[in-house]
Write a protein that binds this ligand. Structure first.
Ligand SMILES: [Zn+2]
Length: 271
């Protein structure tokens, strides 16, 4: 049991603490708009046992006269998140990826390296595919890519693109097989700005299988964008290789087709 004089001494100490805090309030001048602490900063002082955090609730009002400015910060503005810089010539259009028929590519997460690879290839034409993902296997009014174990009515081919008119459908098999050519690409692909949580400079690791899947997807998208085969092994439109390049004429064709057939436009700010 605590002796009475100890309790009294303790109470005296406590009141001394709170007393010594009070004058610091009175010494501070009333805050101006620019010196008011942001909410997160104001909560730092709540550990002192007083109630400056409450005062911050009023900090947006012009009539605020509560003199609570424990330590004004020079710049209370939070640092903005880094922004992707996108070339204004970029042509963007939506592509719907249908995962309901695949035995391998069954989720957005799983497909990320494939999309990153396809986007890296199409980037040379400043083409941006804006992906949505669905398990529904019905075509939409947009460009559709279906991942399937085998192409319907065309066993043995890696992918097929039904261009010309509607439906604008692409089929890619789950496990494509390509002849490897020296493509000079690093294994990582840049994270497209439309990936959830992506920051500028983020890299997506792409395995050999994912790279082949992404290359085939980009090849079929190339067909949809008006390109015929060109059997130069390092070219994206060579059939059955890992080549990925486009020449100037091909870039002009895909851009014109994206505008005309897919109503592509530069999407400055993603939704
Ligand atoms: Zn082809």
């Amino acid at each position: 049991m605590m002796k009475p004089h100890l309790i009294l001494a303790l109470l005296a100490m406590l009141s001394a603490c709170s007393d010594s805090y009070k004058p610091s309030f009175e010494r501070n001048p009333p805050p101006t708009e620019s010196t008011l602490p942001a909410d997160s900063e104001a909560t730092d002082t709540s550990e002192t046992g007083s109630d400056p955090a409450d005062a911050s609730d009023d900090s947006n009002t012009a009539t605020d006269t509560n003199p609570v400015t424990p330590e004004p910060k020079p710049d209370p503005t939070p640092t903005p998140a880094p922004q992707f810089t996108v070339d204004p010539e970029t042509l963007s259009f939506p592509v719907v990826f249908h995962l309901g028929g695949s035995n391998v590519w069954q989720s957005e997460e799983k497909l990320r390296p494939v999309i990153a690879e396809a986007q890296r290839i199409l980037q040379q034409a400043k083409i941006e595919i804006l992906p949505t993902y669905t398990t529904d296997m019905n075509p939409t009014e947009n460009m559709d890519v279906f991942f399937v174990p085998q192409i319907p009515n065309n066993p043995g081919v890696n992918g097929i693109s039904y261009g010309g008119g509607a439906p604008l459908e692409i089929y890619v098999i789950d496990n494509v097989g390509l002849n490897k050519v020296d493509d000079q690409r690093p294994a990582d692909a840049p994270a497209p700005r439309y990936f959830k949580g992506a920051k500028p400079g983020d890299k997506i690791p792409v395995s050999a299988d994912e790279a082949e899947q992404g290359r085939t997807t980009a090849h079929e998208i190339g067909h949809q964008l008006g390109l015929p085969h060109r059997q130069n092994t390092t070219n994206l439109l060579a059939s059955g290789t890992t080549g990925w390049t486009l020449n100037a004429a091909e870039i002009a064709t895909v851009r014109a087709t994206a505008l005309d057939k897919f109503k592509a436009k530069f999407v400055q700010t993603l939704p």
